[in-house]
Design a protein around this ligand. Structure first.
Ligand code: SAM
Length: 159
């Protein structure tokens, strides 16, 4: 499969999974945490799907399109592993983590700290959506919607 085909499939899976979980997140209290603002496309999508919800977005540096930049108080710049520490206990309804690189060795390093961070950001019953699997005793893997093949994009619930 070409990298373009793979990218399109990943974006479709990302959009379908975010739409799938937003219906449930809309009924739950708590902010949304966007780990990896990037260009801001998924931030923009979440803002449309969850109007009025606080979304706190994290990245190393601001590189988002002008239409997709959070308010200053909801934009956190720096290394997520360090900057997100002060948000532990925020009881997020949704954490979306799109910080995979496609390089196995780098993603393995992230997988050593990301699942525990996400478990501590979420409220009980809250949902994590991620580009990499989250292996953690408090994060229960959920089945994706039927349009998303297994192992392309991941949903977990904080138990
Ligand atoms: N979901 C975004 C969108 O729709 O535009 C794209 C996110 S992009 C794939 C990943 C982003 O995560 C990059 O902007 C990168 O700088 C950021 N990132 C990755 N690892 C990070 C880390 N450990 N700390 C801070 N930012 C990180």
């Amino acid at each position: 499969m070409s990298r373009l085909d793979s990218f399109i499939r990943r974006m479709t899976a990302q959009r379908d999974i975010l739409d799938h979980v937003c219906a449930e997140v809309a009924k739950m209290e708590g902010p949304v945490i966007e780990l990896g603002l990037g260009n801001g496309r998924t931030f923009h999508h979440l803002r449309e799907r969850l109007p009025g919800r606080r979304i706190v977005a994290f990245d190393r540096a601001l590189a988002a399109h002008a239409s997709s930049i959070p308010e200053a108080e909801n934009l956190v710049l720096g290394e997520i592993r360090e900057t997100a520490e002060r948000f532990i206990g925020i009881d997020a309804a949704l954490v979306h983590a799109d910080i995979g690189t496609g390089y196995e060795d780098r993603d393995a390093v992230t997988s050593a700290w990301l699942p525990d961070l996400i478990a501590r950001l979420l409220r009980v019953g809250g949902i994590a959506v991620s580009g990499t699997p989250l292996d953690h005793p408090q994060l229960q893997r959920l089945a994706p919607p039927p349009s998303v093949p297994a192992d392309r994009y991941f949903i977990s619930r904080r138990v």
